[in-house]
Design a protein around this ligand. Structure first.
Ligand code: AMP
Length: 142
């Protein structure tokens, strides 16, 4: 299974915010969409950074409520690790485990075309394992 197959089922939508978005607005966006990270992008096509709930929690621990009026570009991680549609689920699981994050924006020809979360990878892996188990059961019962 690869990223392209996951996106075929999940769609290509990516929640982005402009770099000048306040943290208060970003938090509202995370809640409204039920997600854990936003790609920061001024044109909605090229990632300039990624802002996850963990960045916000860490900043609150450091600065308290003043964080709410800060802008996304102060808190975001600037060096965004991305993946490509042809990357496989096992490659991405290894990358996320090694780098200790749970989101990978998908980029094709320099343009954002989706996002993969750790939840998407776990779901895809479970489906694959269940399919294999079913096939084996049918083979044995055969
Ligand atoms: P997460 O586990 O995705 O909530 O993020 C944990 C930390 O890694 C936060 O500081 C994020 O900004 C950062 N992060 C998340 N995804 C990426 C990514 N694809 N590339 C670089 N940093 C990331």
């Amino acid at each position: 299974m690869n990223v392209e197959a996951i996106l075929r089922a999940k769609g290509n939508a990516v929640a982005t915010i402009p770099s000048g978005t306040t943290v208060a607005a970003a938090v509202r966006e995370l809640k409204a969409r039920g997600i854990g990270a936003l790609v920061v992008s001024d044109d909605g096509r090229t990632p300039a950074g990624i802002l996850s709930e963990r960045d916000i929690v860490h900043a609150v621990a450091e600065h308290g409520a003043a964080v709410l009026t800060m802008t996304a570009d102060r808190l975001m991680t600037r060096r965004v690790v991305t993946c490509r549609p042809e990357d496989t689920v096992s490659e991405l699981m290894a990358r996320m485990t090694e780098r200790r994050f749970r989101h990978l924006p998908v980029v094709k020809d320099g343009v954002l075309c989706g996002i993969i979360s750790i939840g998407d990878l776990v779901k895809s892996r479970i489906e694959e394992v269940e399919f294999e188990a079913d096939s084996l059961r049918h083979f044995i019962a055969g």
